[in-house]
Design a binder for this molecule. Structure first.
Ligand SMILES: Cc1cc2nc3c(=O)[nH]c(=O)nc-3n(C[C@H](O)[C@H](O)[C@H](O)COP(=O)(O)OP(=O)(O)OC[C@H]3O[C@@H](n4cnc5c(N)ncnc54)[C@H](O)[C@@H]3O)c2cc1C
Length: 388
């Protein structure tokens, strides 16, 4: 069976659906081809089931890319306010959490149902459980899937990154880019828990579940948020954020007492210089068990001013070299991807293969934690959808 459309969109996730809606609204006949048995599985599990669908403070500085300017145009032309207008049109209840993060009050299902309804209104054709076998280009693009053949002059790749293969992530987008001679920046897991070395694990991981407010720094970036000790290493928002910037064998510096001076009390000559006093001070910044462990593993070499200054410095710059990350199985996002030099920043179209577009996570644009990855999916999807 052969189907002809104005555009084929491969992948029915956040970016693919937004692209289909925008193109459909412009009168294009579009089809979404999705290999899973349903659309938007990642939307459903996002934000702990409540979908952190955008962030009101979204700006280019919230993204990593080998070209930090690339995302600007698309982000400026489809803003968090544009997506909010859609959410409000569908009367979806939402709330703002800390740091401008927008979440559904009820469930991520609301967002998916909204996108599905918009697809219906824009007369988008949806094909689920569609296993793509081959993509070729003659006079336009031809996609073979089982006994069906889909043809269109434009092809949009919205198949996402490698994170969470058990819900359908594949390397399809990167493979297709390579097939057409388009460069890839080697993908790596982002927003992912870190695994500590065996030595650090035995020092800290029995404290699994303990969390603290820290500043994590790597590669010139820093995040002040919670850090959580896990059975294998470190997690929590501060660590997930910094993980996107970490590449082996760089160290990560962790300030365990942001904006405070744990040894200030010792300037008072009447203060007793001993472990009990130090412990009482460190406990003001860190949970009891972590405070105790920190002093046990990094005690001041003496009770001199110089040794206390060393202790202070160490507490603000715990340097760890992670053994690795929990990998794509646990990563919330895939960094790297289709090289932005290959694409038009305005339309997401390939500079070398006319009619071929890449949008969403498959592109080398990766958001921080907090709704930025969805905002990139909506913005890049809209940019391509309007250009089709
Ligand atoms: C657990 C988790 C929670 C998250 N929470 C948030 C959050 O709250 N806020 C936020 O901003 N971001 C969040 N993210 C990140 C966000 O989900 C992604 O960045 C976003 O979904 C990317 O959109 P996309 O359309 O590019 O890719 P995806 O949403 O991954 O969609 C790609 C689609 O392509 C399909 N596909 C893959 N291969 C093929 C193929 N060969 N043929 C056909 N179809 C294919 C997939 O099945 C999928 O439906 C979360 C991610 C995870 C894993």
């Amino acid at each position: 069976m052969s189907h002809s459309f104005d555009a084929l969109i491969l992948g029915g996730g956040a970016a693919g659906l937004m692209c289909a809606i925008e193109a459909g609204k412009c009168g294009r006949r579009v089809a979404v081809l999705e290999h899973s048995d349903r659309l938007g599985k990642k939307i459903l599990i996002s934000g702990g089931g409540r979908c952190n669908f955008s962030n009101i403070h979204c700006g280019p500085e919230n993204f990593l890319s080998s070209n930090p300017h690339f995302a600007k145009s698309a982000l400026a032309r489809y803003t968090p306010a544009d997506f909010l207008a859609l959410v409000e049109k569908h009367r979806i209840p939402y709330h703002e959490k800390a740091l401008g993060q927008l979440f559904c009050d009820r469930s991520a299902r609301d967002i998916l149902e909204m996108l599905e309804e918009e697809c219906r209104a824009a007369k988008v054709s949806i094909f689920v459980s569609t296993q793509i076998q081959e993509v070729s280009r003659a006079a336009g693009f031809v996609v073979r899937a089982g006994s069906a053949e889909f043809r269109a002059p434009a092809l949009v790749v919205a198949t996402g990154g490698l994170s969470i293969p058990k819900i359908g992530a594949t390397s399809f987008g990167y493979d297709l880019a390579r097939q057409f001679g388009i460069k890839i920046r080697e993908p790596w897991p982002g927003l992912v828990p870190l695994v500590l070395s065996a030595c650090d694990r035995s020092d800290y991981c029995d404290l699994a579940g303990v969390s603290a407010d820290v500043i994590a720094t790597c590669d010139g970036q820093q995040f002040r948020e919670k850090m959580l000790i896990t059975h294998r290493g470190l997690s929590g928002p501060a660590i997930l954020q910094i993980s996107s910037y970490w590449r082996r064998p760089r160290p990560i510096a962790i300030d365990l007492a942001p904006e405070s001076e744990v040894t200030a009390v010792f300037r008072d000559p009447k203060t007793q210089r001993d472990v009990a006093t130090l412990h009482a001070e460190v406990r003001k910044m860190l949970p009891n068990r972590l405070a105790e462990r920190w002093i046990e593993l990094h005690p001041p070499a003496a009770w001199t001013n110089a040794a206390l200054a060393d202790f202070e410095r160490n507490t603000h710059a715990w340097s760890i070299v992670p053994a690795g990350t929990e990998g794509f199985e646990k990563a919330e996002v895939t960094a790297g991807g289709v090289d932005t030099d290959e694409l038009s920043a305005k339309t997401m179209e390939s500079r070398t293969v006319p009619g071929l577009f890449f949008i969403g996570e498959v592109v080398d644009v990766t958001g921080h934690l907090g709704g930025f990855n969805f905002q990139w999916a909506w913005a890049s999807g809209a940019a391509a959808g309007r250009a089709l």
